[in-house]
Design a protein around this ligand. Structure first.
Ligand code: NAD
Length: 471
């Protein structure tokens, strides 16, 4: 039996497909693909029952064309070197597409966090951090981790505390990790960032005449029929923003089943119902779909898989009726499914940039940490006072008064969350346009995924080229 192709090889295969459309010499392409530094560590953990276990962990810095490196840390018993290398490579390309000035990185600890107490998890995280410090694999200007599968704000706070205690007096220490709690230097808007980024990205696709004409859809988000798979962090917030902007979320799928209502579902009510009853099924006014994955095959305009990888395969791809698929999850389509959907003319908006909201807002968090000031603190009052003055003058000159809602809107000075949303919106709109323009530039480019890779390769290639290759 032949060995199945590894995850890292798979990423490089997609890279090679796109590289053919670029002008870079082979040497530069090989350098872009290479994982620059790979750290594998093993360390002992004394467990609560006094036994000793050896923990295996990794940190990969895929590219140093820009520093620091950036990428999450996952806790999973499926972690291995190949997976961490592949995920770090994807971070390089993702950061390049959304113009976040970092090289790609990724970390992993080979544990199932459910099998460890909180105290044990804290010991593992702190020891991992001190190993990264020893090897110079962490720091605000070196390598900046973030949450990923199995980790969250709690682990990031432990990382910051360990790093800071080993670097007393380092004024920028808070920038050594992102995804922190707000009290520890985190930024407002980080929780919903990925879902909001997915929404902004798809909205821009829906505002593109050429694509919508080809799909036979009207321009804009309003009244689009959307199906979301997964009511976790990403799926919930994606559904929330689609509904807020006038789309109808007609079906929501969770692992125990799915629900359908042609008139639209309210994700907050669905979330509360699931919390109360333990299941998404039997939601008032909605029809139950017992086999959850059947929801993916319903007629709709936009399908958002936001649960896990490989949910659309060569088996169900022929039955997909959506016109647009937004890859909120990482790798929701298999390679075979991708080819089938391409042939059907479905527009697949690729994960590599669509779910980049998290890393984009992480970048804003890092900037906040380095500047030591909350976004909006310096200008909020000034803007509000200025807006009040301008509005007052207009009202006096016209003899007319605006209503209270309009007044509040016009006078409002930007808070941190307003600025984070605005920065994310700009990022996702620009990235979508750049990918669309690249896709348009050559009729041989088969889809948005290849176009996104081309954008990434050109940006990293330019950086390496302009850095010069040293003897
Ligand atoms: P999460 O754990 O909060 O949510 C996942 C949800 O999917 C859960 O509610 C789970 O019950 C549901 N689910 C699991 N199996 C399912 C199935 N077979 N059918 C339907 N629903 C199922 O995770 P998340 O943070 O929302 O991440 C979701 C995806 O988005 C992952 O692929 C992740 O890698 C990717 N992603 C997340 C972020 C982020 O900022 N959280 C950033 C980039 C990419």
């Amino acid at each position: 039996m032949s060995n199945p192709i590894s995850f890292f090889e798979n990423v490089n295969k997609s890279f090679d497909k796109a590289a053919k459309f670029t002008q870079w010499p082979n040497g530069i392409l090989e350098q872009i693909k290479a994982a620059n530094s790979v750290l594998r560590i093993k360390f002992p953990l004394k467990r609560d029952d006094d036994s000793i276990e050896v923990i295996e962990a990794y940190r990969v810095q895929h590219s140093h064309h820009k520093t620091p490196c950036k990428g999450g840390i996952r806790f999973s018993d499926a972690v291995n070197q190949d997976e961490v290398m592949a995920l770090a490579a994807l971070m390089t390309y993702k950061c390049a597409i959304v113009n976040v000035p970092f090289g790609g990185g990724k970390g992993g600890i080979k544990i199932n966090p459910k099998n460890y107490s909180e105290f044990e998890l804290q010991k593992i995280t702190r020891r991992y951090t001190s190993e990264l410090v020893k090897k110079n694999f962490i720091g605000p200007g070196i390598d900046v981790p973030a949450p990923d599968y199995g980790t969250g704000a709690r682990e990031m706070a432990w990382i910051l505390d360990t790093y800071s205690s080993l670097h007393p007096g380092e004024v920028d220490a808070a920038g050594c990790v992102t995804g922190k709690p707000v009290s520890q230097g985190g930024v407002r808007g980080r929780t919903e960032a990925t879902g909001l980024g997915v929404f902004y990205g798809i909205r821009e696709v829906c505002n593109t005449h050429k694509v919508m004409d080809k799909l036979g859809l009207s321009l804009g988000i309003k009244d689009k029929r959307v199906i979301v798979q997964g009511m976790g962090n990403v799926g919930f917030h994606t559904a929330k923003f689609f509904r807020a902007y006038g789309a109808k979320v007609i079906a929501i799928a969770e692992y125990e089943g799915a629900i359908y209502n042609e008139n639209g579902l309210n994700e907050e009510e669905v979330f509360q119902h699931r919390k109360k009853t333990g299941s998404i099924l039997n939601f008032a006014g909605a029809q139950n779909i017992i086999k959850s994955s059947d929801a993916l095959e319903l007629d709709c305009d936009i399908l958002i898989p936001a649960a896990l990888e490989s949910v659309i395969t060569k088996e169900n791809a022929p039955n997909i009726k959506a016109k647009i698929i937004g890859e909120a999850a990482n790798g929701p389509l298999t390679v075979e499914a991708d080819e089938i959907l391409d042939k059907k003319g479905i527009v697949v908006v690729p994960d590599m940039y669509l779910n980049a909201g998290g890393v984009t807002v992480s970048y804003f968090e890092w900037l906040k940490n380095l500047s030591h000031v909350r976004y909006g603190r310096m200008e909020k009052r000034f803007t509000e006072n200025m807006n009040k003055q301008i509005l007052g003058q207009i009202e006096e000159l016209t003899g007319k008064k605006v209503n209270a809602t309009e007044r509040a809107f016009i006078e409002h000075g930007a808070d941190e969350v307003d600025l984070v949303y605005s920065g994310l919106e700009e990022t996702m709109i620009s990235a979508t346009r750049e990918i669309m323009e690249t896709w348009d530039s050559n009729p041989e480019i088969p889809n948005m995924r290849t176009a996104a890779f081309i954008v990434a390769i050109n940006k990293v290639g330019t950086a390496y080229d302009e850095l010069g290759i040293f003897p």
